[in-house]
Design a protein around this ligand. Sequence first.
Ligand code: ZN
Length: 191
Amino acid sequence: MIHDLRPADGSPGSPDAAPDTAADTRCARAWAVLADVLDPEVPALSVRDLGIVRDVQTSADGLSLEIVLTPTYSGCPATEVIERSVLDAIEAAGLGPATVRLQRSPAWTTDWISDDGRRKLRAYGIAPPGRCGTVTESPIRLVRRQAVDSPNCPRCDSPRTERLSAFGSTACKSLWRCLACREPFEHFKPI
Ligand SMILES: [Zn+2]
């Protein structure tokens, strides 16, 4: 978590924002609250598991909390729902007022899903996305092709799976079937 340390523009009485324990505590509590805000499309995952919470900071005047979110898939209708859930949770915890700022660059990648999040996905019956590789090492992202390779079955871990449809219950997922245990499952598409 990074506090906004810029001095408040043009407010003479405002002290330069020195590290402030009250603000630290408030941000830390906000992070904890966000660990319980679930993604509407993948209720197994919190917004923190998804890696879409990029920052939590207090405003220069210290009055409000700013949550920086990077939406997952552009145009994913879940974004507005997530924004609302985040604000509701922060306010319910008494940490408001708060605002959400959407930060679209750098773009979210499934690589930001935490290891904990990947375990939760599997337990939920969804094959987690393969790693795309870090963007800095591979600006062209050719490695992404490998990530399209068949995911293992989230139930029996068999690599023998086939894709049934490019789209599952949401555009973010594809529909697969395991050839070993015969169960269909969804795969969170790597991007
Ligand atoms: Zn299986």
